[in-house]
Design a protein around this ligand. Structure first.
Ligand code: ZN
Length: 436
């Protein structure tokens, strides 16, 4: 890569400022209106064509959308805070996120790079020892905080676009840059995937800052295991209310939900690998002497493979239906989000390690790490693999002053310019690789 050192230094500083801007104005899943508008604005200044709004999504696959009133309030807030109301207007209804394609001057593969941009439902620490407070970019939105580093991810994505645009003459093929909304709760990837954006990708890169304890900036993990597949769904049992003195006239929704809960927690462990189930919330009934007409559960399943998770989910749904039938209730289920497992492609892991091993600033390379979590980038990755492409997830190490999703979480900003260079270098090198 030939990119002037001083120019790169300046780009790094600009992207750190951009990260602080995202941090100060965090937006949770499907409400990233201002954030997306800022990203589009930056990309358009590079002369790139950006896709955004309803046309990039499949409405039926936009899982876990907030209540209409919350969407509206967040949209109004963004209209006040943005300098591009035209863009925020186009995203009304939750159509956040965007994509752009950087065309190289020479023929070659299509490389997908995905970053996520949503925040967490966390109230940020208000303590001068917390750097965003000391440096004046603490969240200005109540109960919203970038406590997972997706503010850095957004800035890294814009930085990759800037760097690659400056190196277009050396770029073979093209780079699809994806700014994904709604990663938290595993909600945003399905819609973009269903719209078919990723089927052309020969190589596809995901990445996350932090995640692993005890690492310094300069430590990078390429590939690994331990991303459990997961499905989130809500269940409602509808019964029929009656006087508690005449229960034979009613249908007891709490009885059905209780039976379903115990049944789900009794699903046998899976012989092929890890399996999990949780009924995290249980609400029902209206009064002491009323046969409860409604009960609601929040359920999630996990599995060491996509197949094991599918087994857990199918069993859970079967048990809910059985319990509803048993008590003469009806069942309503709402899919809220999901992610599959990551199986990184070994040839791409090798190529990536090769590139990393020659990069200045990378002084530790880890492989086959345990991710010990879930990410819905896997929904995109599975689609890429089904169309013959190869995928990998990277982790950019950094010291963690507090765990992810904690109110004292913070990003070591030196990771931003490094991650930009790594993604850009991988995209520029991909033309050398043997096609998958
Ligand atoms: Zn995250």
């Amino acid at each position: 890569m030939t990119f002037d050192h001083a120019d790169f230094e300046q780009l790094g500083q600009e992207m750190i400022q951009l990260r602080r801007d995202f941090h100060k104005h965090p937006e949770s899943g499907w409400t990233e209106f201002r954030t997306t508008a800022r990203i589009i604005d930056e990309l358009e200044k590079l002369g790139l064509t950006v896709q955004y709004g309803p046309s990039i999504h499949v409405k039926e696959k936009m899982f876990g959308l907030p209540q209409p009133q919350i969407l509206e309030e967040c949209w109004q807030r963004a209209m006040q805070e943005t300098n591009r109301p035209d863009l925020v207007e186009a995203m009304k209804g939750g159509y956040t996120g965007c994509l752009t394609v950087i065309e190289g001057a020479l023929p070659g593969p299509t490389v997908g790079i995905r970053v996520d941009i949503d925040c967490n439902d966390v109230e940020e620490a208000n303590d001068p020892k917390h750097p965003p407070c000391a440096l004046g970019f603490r969240s200005t939105h109540a109960n919203c905080m970038h406590a997972c580093g997706h503010d850095a991810h957004g800035a890294i994505g814009v930085g990759v676009a800037k760097l690659l645009c400056a190196c277009k003459d050396q770029l073979r093929g093209k780079v699809l840059l994806v700014f994904q909304p709604g990663e938290e709760g595993l909600r945003g990837a399905a819609s973009l995937t269903a719209a078919g954006h990723f089927s052309q990708c020969d190589y596809f890169f995901g990445g996350h800052v932090g995640l692993l304890d005890g690492l310094k900036v300069g430590a990078v993990a390429a590939g690994g295991h331990g991303f459990l597949a997961s499905t989130k769904f809500d269940v409602t049992f509808h019964g029929y209310p009656s006087h508690a003195a005449a229960p034979e006239r009613g249908r007891n929704a709490i009885a059905a939900a209780a039976m379903a809960t115990l049944g789900m927690l009794s699903i046998p462990r899976h012989g092929d690998g890890a399996s999990r189930i949780n009924v995290g919330t249980f609400h029902g009934g209206t009064g002491r002497n009323v046969i409860p007409a409604r009960a609601d559960l929040c359920v999630e399943t996990r599995g060491g493979t996509t197949e094991i998770n599918a087994f857990m989910e199918a069993e859970a749904r079967r048990i809910c239906q059985g319990a509803a039938d048993m008590y003469g209730c009806t069942l309503e289920t709402r899919f809220m989000g999901s992610a599959g497992c990551i199986v990184c492609d070994e040839p791409l892991v090798e190529q990536t390690i090769q590139v990393l091993s020659q990069m200045e600033g990378v002084d530790q390379i880890l492989r086959d790490i345990n991710f010990n979590g879930g990410e819905d980038v896997t929904t995109m990755m599975r689609d890429v693999q089904e169309h013959g492409g190869q995928v990998i997830e990277l982790v950019f190490g950094m010291p963690l002053p507090a765990p992810h999703h904690n109110d004292y979480f913070d990003v070591d900003e030196r990771v931003i310019p490094l991650a930009i260079r790594i993604f850009a270098q991988l995209a520029l090198t991909a033309g050398d690789w043997k096609a998958p």
